[in-house]
Design a protein. Structure first.
Length: 55
């Protein structure tokens, strides 16, 4: 899992930005989603870092 976390994050971020550029996902909504969910992303990153250190 340790080697796949950042690539998956980059793929998700790139996909969201591509959808915003194509007009499928309005950028305003993308900013609103990021404003709401950024704490969860930090929590998940911390949990994954803790789980990775135990192995």
């Amino acid at each position: 899992m340790r080697g796949t976390f950042w690539p998956v994050i980059l793929i998700l971020a790139g996909s969201l930005l591509l959808l915003a550029n194509l007009g499928i996902l309005p950028f305003g909504e993308l900013k609103a989603l990021a404003a709401i969910w950024w704490p969860l992303i930090l929590i998940l990153a911390g949990v994954l870092a803790l789980l990775g250190r135990r192995r």
